[in-house]
Design a protein around this ligand. Structure first.
Ligand code: TPP
Length: 898
């Protein structure tokens, strides 16, 4: 019978304290007489005996609510007390400048957001990093990579200002990028955005969860580059500083086991546990630190709790009975927040007042001293000790759970307040108190004016700051682009089979995989290709690559694969080239982003192809793609098994009819829905030219399908044909004076071709057919031309308009995506325009049934065309007769309503 009951934090209550004391005394005596080895041995024997007796006991994953690193184990602070004092003063100045930046912006324009409280809590965590750990990239060192907690951006700008990298005018235009540019200053983006500040930020982190998962896959990709011999092994680190609230995002925790499985000791997470998120406490009724300790520890990370500052050490030393530690164990986060929001007298009464023993400990401090007791994440010495331990830890990634106060130093106005997250206004008295709290040398008037403060260049603070950065190789963050290019092999070398297909049956997926296989063999480019899959390589016919280039595994292959005799055998290798991410699209896209930004992050251009079920791309991990776009990714996203009616039999959750709609909204994403292998070849070639040879900041989204079909050869290898394919449409079946023009996209081009046969064969309607490779490229061109014509009063005309020319024959477009995709070019079509698409939920059936259901097959296209062609010459009854001749059910409900 279990006679112990858990307390509110899930800890067991002791029902026989004397017995417990005897056991502990026994352990202590073993420790003293035989040492820790023997103690460990006995504990593990006890555990085995407990298991054998059927006691389901397992080591608690939660350690007491105190620092992991004992005070006696702390290393000396580099530079000693002087350095600590100076760095504390620097942190104070940064806190002020960050605050002034936000409050100023808000005073001038009430609508501009901004955050003070997050950086106020994180400033010391960043300062120790900046002064002692974050190494910049230099000529002989690749540099550490730092993922910054997004709401701390004002503090990072404030530091760059002291470093001389940003001017006062830049700071004065925080969150005013457009206005600043027009005045010749640099606008400072709200959060880390490489797109907006391409020489400053490396990694976008503004959307919670993206930073953590990206940091893990970045650390892994660095190992991949080293193991494949593409990058010199160097002791570089990836540091990720994130909020405790952010840890609620599924992406934040999704890849923890990958990091430990791959022994990523080049990775350090610092979780800023200020115990609050936006609306309130992260875990008011528990301890977020303990919860994260369990999760990270369980996943195999090295966990360091950094909870209390040095001024707590004497208090713990006096805590002979363990009552102080126990009181901290008991105090839930909501209460800790309340303590943060109140002064020393309140804390004396409500915390130290809980028992005579605690009162005695509290009695050694004045109210003022109690008020100033620091949490671990505000104590430079403790932070240094934790970072030092993390930096030297081997064999596993480290997480530092740093307890801080949200709005630290904002006093009654903000510290620990429920509403502090969004606070961007401070009253005069609060500002004065802030100045006094951090001993800033500012007059009342300077405070009123919210003047930025920059000490003289030869002041101890500025000299220290610059010396430390020089010692660490330069400034961080900093985004650089080397300008290195890669030579793209001639099209014929890897895609001749597609250009001269000669009617050979193949799907566009097969064509893509074959092209990629050829590129992998290219003497120069081959090493840079990174094929990425999320457990679908066999689906896409890529199994042959397993043997050809191997699957990357940091451990190599520790087993004999079942299919070892086969030519397609499953091969894992330390220098394997394929990234097989298992069933994690979020992981695979994070790997893709790491590879697609390697040209900048590592000065090493790579060519990633992430091939996935198209439905599980923009729809499922669209925000990670958006972040990749922000980061100026270059590479190919391949949406395979695409199309709502082309992926027969798979049903509602698999059939993609929307990815092209979303892709069109990403400004630097160039997307295509090719019908033919030769179109695909031209598109991939152009993509490589733009991204690898011309260093353009674009990436490509290309959909391919699994429908086998006779692939025509490229009609002629002319520049016009290539231009048409790339601009988004080219004519594949021309006729003199057409009565109707059909625009077929991707897999439905063949339905449009079949419709043309029906129209000409049965109804003698002259029909022209165009292959639309990209509605989004056509629409973008149309919008740009339209605007130029309006603003410049020039005759600029959209490509679509020019192609369809001076001809009023109706135009019918058909796409395997929702109608909004072909609708996007309506404004530029110079004739009556009708669109057909696949709006509605997919369902499982044959391609033929699906295309009839969504009214996008040859007969529906032909009927739609006839309705336009005969609009003024045939009656409604005659048109109905045509429909029944085509065996179309014109009374069936709209697919999107079913
Ligand atoms: C995906 C996403 N959802 C919501 C937000 C809005 N948001 C910004 S900060 C924040 C709270 C952050 O809390 P925490 O991670 O604890 O950081 P703190 O500011 O407290 O240090 C929220 C909800 C966001 N930026 N991204």
């Amino acid at each position: 019978m279990d006679m112990s009951t858990p307390d509110p934090l899930g800890r067991q209550i002791d029902i026989d304290e004397q017995e417990t004391a005897e056991w502990i005394a026994a352990l202590q005596s073993v420790l003293e007489s035989s040492g820790p080895e023997r103690a460990r041995f006995l504990l593990s024997r006890l555990a085995s005996a407990a298991r054998a007796s059927g006691i389901h006991w397992r080591d608690e994953r939660i350690t007491p609510y105190v620092n992991t690193i004992r005070a006696t184990d702390e290393p000396a602070y580099p530079g000693g007390s002087d350095a600590v004092d100076i760095e504390e003063r620097i942190a104070s100045i940064l806190r002020w400048n960050a605050l002034a930046m936000v409050v100023r912006a808000n005073r001038a324009h009430g609508e501009l957001g901004g955050h003070i409280a997050s950086y106020a809590s994180a400033a010391d965590l960043f300062e120790v990093g900046f002064n002692h750990f974050f190494r910049a990239r230099s000529s002989d060192f690749g540099g550490d990579l730092v993922y910054f907690q997004p709401h701390s951006a004002p503090g990072i700008y404030a530091r760059a200002y002291l470093e001389g990298r940003l001017t006062e005018d830049d700071l004065a235009h925080y969150r005013q990028e457009i206005t600043a540019k027009s005045l010749g200053h640099q606008g400072l983006s709200s959060y880390p955005h490489p797109w907006l500040m391409p020489e400053f930020w490396q990694f976008p982190t503004g959307s919670m969860g993206i930073g953590p998962i990206s940091a893990i896959y970045q650390a892994r990709f660095m190992r991949y580059l080293e193991h494949r011999g593409l990058m010199q092994p160097q002791p570089r680190k990836v540091w990720g500083v994130f909020g405790d609230g952010e840890m609620d995002e599924p992406e934040s925790l999704a890849a923890l086991s990958l990091a430990s499985r791959e022994k990523l000791d080049n990775l350090v997470f610092v979780i800023n546990c200020n115990l609050q998120r936006l609306d309130g406490p992260v875990r008011g009724n528990g301890h977020i630190v303990d919860e994260l300790e369990t999760i990270f520890g369980g996943a195999g990370w090295n966990v360091i709790k950094l909870l209390w500052g040095s001024d707590w050490d004497p208090l713990f030393a006096r805590d002979i009975t363990g009552e102080l530690a126990e009181a901290l164990n008991r105090t839930v986060d909501g209460q800790l927040q309340t303590f943060a929001a109140h002064d020393g007298a309140f804390n004396r009464e409500h915390f130290f007042g809980q028992s005579p023993a605690l009162q005695a400990i509290g009695a050694t401090l004045t109210d003022e001293e109690i008020d100033r007791l620091k949490r671990g994440g505000h104590d430079l010495r403790k932070i240094f000790a934790a970072y030092h331990a993390a930096h030297h830890h081997r064999g596993a990634p480290t997480v530092i759970l740093a307890q801080t106060k949200k709005g630290f130093g904002m006093g009654a106005a903000g510290q620990g307040k429920m509403t502090t997250h969004q606070q961007k206004k401070l009253e005069r008295q609060d500002l004065i108190e802030f100045r006094d709290r951090f001993r800033l040398p500012l007059s009342d008037e300077q405070v009123d004016q919210l003047e930025f403060y920059k000490p003289a260049a030869d002041s101890p603070e500025m000299r220290h700051l610059q010396e430390r950065r020089a010692a660490l190789g330069g400034y961080v963050p900093q985004r650089t682009v080397s300008g290195a290019t890669l030579t793209v092999p001639p099209l014929a070398a890897h895609a001749q089979f597609a250009l001269d297909a000669g009617g050979k049956e193949m799907s566009t997926t097969m064509a893509l995989v074959r092209m990629m296989g050829n590129l992998l063999k290219d003497e120069h480019l081959g090493r840079h290709v990174v094929p990425i899959v999320a457990d679908e390589a066999r689906t896409f016919g890529m199994a042959n690559l397993f043997r050809q280039v191997g699957i990357y595994s940091a451990q190599g292959q520790l087993y004999e694969p079942e299919d070892i005799g086969s030519i397609l055998s499953y091969r894992e290798a330390k220098d394997g080239q394929i990234l097989e991410e298992g069933i994690s699209e979020a992981g695979a896209i994070s790997s893709w982003t790491a590879a697609a930004t390697s040209y900048s992050v590592h000065g090493l251009p790579m060519l990633p192809f992430y091939i996935y079920y198209s439905m599980f791309g923009f729809q499922r991990i669209g925000d990670l793609i958006w972040a990749a776009a922000d980061q100026r990714a270059r590479g190919f996203l391949i949406g395979a098994t695409s199309g709502r009616t082309t992926l027969g039999g798979e049903g509602l959750q698999h059939q993609d009819g929307s990815s092209h709609l979303v892709a069109a909204t990403v400004p630097n994403c160039v997307s295509y829905d090719p019908a033919y292998a030769y179109e695909l070849a031209v598109i991939v070639d152009e993509g490589m030219q733009r991204m690898l040879a011309r260093n353009e900041d674009v990436f490509y989204y290309v959909t391919v399908t699994n429908e086998n079909e006779a692939q025509p050869s490229m009609p002629e290898a002319s520049a016009e044909r290539r231009e048409g394919i790339l601009r988004g449409m080219h004519c594949v079946s021309r006729c003199q004076q057409p009565q109707v023009r059909l625009l077929g996209a991707g897999p439905l081009l063949k339905e449009a071709m079949a419709a043309a046969d029906l129209l000409e064969g049965i109804f003698s309607v002259r029909t022209e057919v165009w292959s639309v490779t990209s509605f989004s490229e056509l629409a973008r061109d149309g919008i740009a031309c339209d605007r130029t014509r309006r603003l410049q009063q020039t005759g600029s005309e959209a490509w679509v308009t020019r192609q369809l020319g001076d001809n009023d024959a109706p135009v019918i477009a058909v796409s395997d995506y929702v109608r909004a995709v072909p609708e996007s070019i309506r404004a530029f079509v110079p004739a009556r325009y009708v669109t057909l698409g696949t709006d509605g939920f997919g369902r499982s059936d044959t391609r033929a049934s699906l295309r009839d259901f969504f009214e996008v097959d040859a007969k529906w296209i032909a009927y739609t065309a006839l309705c336009e062609v005969f609009a003024s010459t045939k009656t409604a009854a005659e048109l109905r007769a045509i429909a029944s001749r085509l065996e179309l059910d014109v009374d069936k409900p709209l697919a999107s309503t079913l």
